[in-house]
Design a protein around this ligand. Structure first.
Ligand SMILES: [Zn+2]
Ligand SMILES: [Zn+2]
Length: 207
């Protein structure tokens, strides 16, 4: 019901396992133009400190100002009891309300998150972000392998890319690649030239 009321703009999501990244209707204000991108990292209290630190370190290489907020409890209102996981769009709403004008917030959790996609009312995903907007979320729940922390960083930067208005990218090595129901994160080496140009204009620090 909530989603049905929110039309005309897009929300993009990254998904893992049986899921992919898709576009859905959403309403979200434009991010205010600014020279310095301020990113707020909002960890949820379930996430180990080492994972917060790893993502923060990665983001500090891309943004001139990264603030790490005190961990907060996942809002009970986002818990989807039938599947024992959290609704990503409700988490986005929670994060969005706490984001000052001109800032971006990335929420981080170890819990499984989901949203509706097509006819699937509860689709497991790795992340979700307003496109464009000021809030996004990344979950480490579905990430596997020895380099899962590196993958978590890539999911986070992908979702932040959506907040800047970037859609999915057809370049297979680009961080804005659509997951299409799989985990291609090891094939993603950076932003492609086109995506990078958009982000540089937004004030991102990219090599
Ligand atoms: Zn995506
Ligand atoms: Zn690209």
């Amino acid at each position: 019901m909530f989603l049905l009321q929110l039309k005309h703009t897009q929300i993009l999501l990254c998904a893992a396992l049986l899921s992919g990244c898709s576009e859905q209707p959403w309403r979200q204000g434009e991010l205010r133009k600014q020279e310095v991108v301020v990113v707020c990292v909002q960890p949820f209290s379930d996430l180990p400190a080492a994972e917060i630190q790893a993502v923060t370190r990665y983001l500090r290489a891309c943004f001139s100002e990264v603030k790490v907020l005190k961990p907060v409890q996942l809002p009970a209102s986002a818990f989807f009891r039938p599947r024992g996981r959290y609704r990503a769009e409700k988490l986005l709403q929670f994060l969005n309300e706490r984001t000052p004008p001109g800032n971006l917030t990335i929420g981080l959790t170890a819990k499984d998150i989901s949203t509706n996609k097509g006819s699937n009312p509860d689709y497991g995903i790795m992340g979700l972000g307003f496109c464009p907007g000021k809030a996004c979320i990344a979950s480490g729940f579905r990430l596997k392998g020895q380099n899962r922390l590196e993958k978590f960083c890539k999911v986070a930067i992908h979702e932040l890319g959506h907040t800047q208005g970037l859609p999915h990218c057809p370049v297979t090595s680009c961080l804005m690649r659509d997951a299409e129901g799989k985990d291609y994160l090891n094939e993603e080496t950076g932003f492609c030239t086109k995506c990078k140009a958009v982000l540089l204009k937004k004030g991102w620090m990219l090599n």
